[in-house]
Design a protein around this ligand. Structure first.
Ligand SMILES: [Zn+2]
Length: 468
């Protein structure tokens, strides 16, 4: 537990990754209004969320993605918060409603449509996960008035705000992303029946025009499209006015969605991956953080543990902790490397339970020397562990989730035999092992989950086999 908490807080390592406070305690069942003042911030401005109700269906209203340019959606969300604070009974008992006044506090403060790094947060989500190719993420995007600009970000989900949202929505049934000022409501681009119906319900009640598609240009990397691909009913209401909040209209739209919750707020659904059932929320994390390419395929059914649910994939073990619901940390990779290092008999430095070197040697070409990734600058050093990241490993770490997914480096780059029997440059992290493949210049994860399953079998006491 202590380790997990430290890792949760371990994100505050550098300028590139998020800062996170300790997880908030779950709300008391008797409370209808709970404020979760997260410490996520850039430039010192937090993203905050207000909770009303404690039911199982999670509906999230996200205001002001486009900062100062659409500040009326920020004020609208504040008005909605005031309404639901005074009228908590308006939220049905089977729903919990979250309102985020602004997902873009920097843009709001700076009077900008973009975040503090000139990225359009509604073009930065990984929208490559649905069956539609047209809306796939790209760096050059259509922005306001259809102007083309390189504001999609350096890669999908590159921005802290998008990563916070990606994790906070993990267990959501529905999401409403407030924008202005086109006066219409549209659902996720790729066909998703609950999204389409939610858009119609909201538009009818609010008196806005329903549009199956955003008519002006193609939106790539949109939050609503990413959410739809996760099975979250997602819509984008566009206010008519660039300045007024149109509170009564949007209150009517929100209440109509709550009223139609049986149809438009579907519970998350378990998925089949390679013939194995993956619990809904673990699947959403797996899918939205790189899927098979990062974590590999599931190796076993999910296990119920004292803390929640875990499932082992080839390269990681994913862990769902219900006590962390409604934080950004509901599902995380288990810090297997730390747990292994803490075991009796572990080698100094926490070296892994490795593939048998004697077997691996047979596949090693004579004189093979993998080139070190560290030839390429820059270097990022972590005070917490005293180790550095650079080159291909640093790029891979940053692009695929950083400390929140892999943890911090716990070793230098070392040469050793990898699971495929080759001698490669490797670096250890709290939750993963990186290996460099000079054949194609790629970085891949070592099969840490698979190794852990083998290690558990080796560790099992002799009588356990008889019981089984
Ligand atoms: Zn907008």
């Amino acid at each position: 537990m202590v380790l997990l908490r430290r890792l949760v807080q371990g994100g505050d390592c550098c300028c590139c990754c998020w800062q996170a406070g300790p997880p908030q305690p779950p709300p008391s069942p008797n409370q209808s209004f709970v404020s979760l003042p997260w410490a996520f911030r850039r430039r010192g401005r937090p993203i905050t969320v207000v909770q009303v109700g404690t039911g199982a269906r999670k509906l999230v209203i996200v205001g002001d993605t486009h900062g100062g340019a659409e500040a009326n959606t920020y004020y609208l969300t504040l008005e909605l918060i005031e309404y639901f604070r005074a009228n908590a009974v308006a939220v049905p008992p089977d729903v919990r409603l979250y309102l985020i006044p602004t997902i873009n506090p920097d843009g709001l403060a700076l009077g900008s449509r973009f975040d503090a790094f000139q990225v359009d947060l509604n073009r930065n989500m990984n929208t490559n996960l649905d069956d539609c190719a047209d809306n796939d993420w790209r760096p050059t995007v259509f922005g306001a008035y259809g102007l083309l600009a390189d504001t999609g970000g350096p890669f999908p989900d590159s921005q802290l705000e998008n990563r916070v949202l990606r994790n906070f929505l993990l267990d959501a049934s529905g999401a409403i992303f407030l924008h202005s000022n086109a006066g219409l409501v549209f659902p996720a681009f790729c066909d998703h029946a609950p999204s389409i119906e939610m858009a119609q319900v909201y538009a009818n009640a609010a008196g806005y025009v329903y549009a199956r598609y955003w008519p002006n240009y193609l939106i790539t990397g949109g939050m609503h499209d990413w959410a739809g691909s996760m099975g979250i009913a997602a819509i984008t209401p566009e206010l008519i006015s660039p300045s007024a909040t149109e509170f009564q209209q949007n209150l009517a739209g929100t209440l109509a969605v709550l009223d139609a919750r049986e149809r438009v707020l579907p519970p998350p659904v378990d998925q089949q991956v390679n013939g194995v059932t993956v619990p809904a929320l673990i699947w959403r994390y797996w899918q939205s953080h790189g899927g098979e390419a990062i974590f590999g395929l599931p190796l076993e059914p999910a296990r119920i543990t004292a803390d929640g649910v875990t499932q082992t994939f080839t390269n990681a073990r994913l862990e769902l902790r219900p006590t962390l619901a409604d934080t950004a940390f509901l599902v995380q990779p288990t810090p297997l490397r730390i747990e292994q290092a803490a075991l009796p008999g572990a080698r100094p430095g926490g070296a892994m339970f490795a593939v048998a070197p004697q077997l691996a040697t047979q596949n090693n070409p004579p004189g093979y020397l993998p080139p070190p990734p560290s030839l390429a600058a820059p270097v990022l050093t972590f005070e917490q562990t005293g180790h550095s990241l650079s080159g291909a490993f640093l790029t891979y770490w940053r692009r695929n989730g950083g400390a929140a997914v892999f943890g911090l480096p716990t070793s230098t780059e070392v040469e050793q035999y990898t699971a495929d029997g080759q001698r490669r440059t490797v670096q250890y992290f709290e939750r993963a092992i990186f290996a460099y493949y000079p054949e194609d210049g790629s970085v891949r994860l070592e099969p840490l989950g698979w190794q852990e399953l083998i290690r558990e079998q080796v560790r099992a006491p002799w009588h356990a086999a008889q019981v089984r």
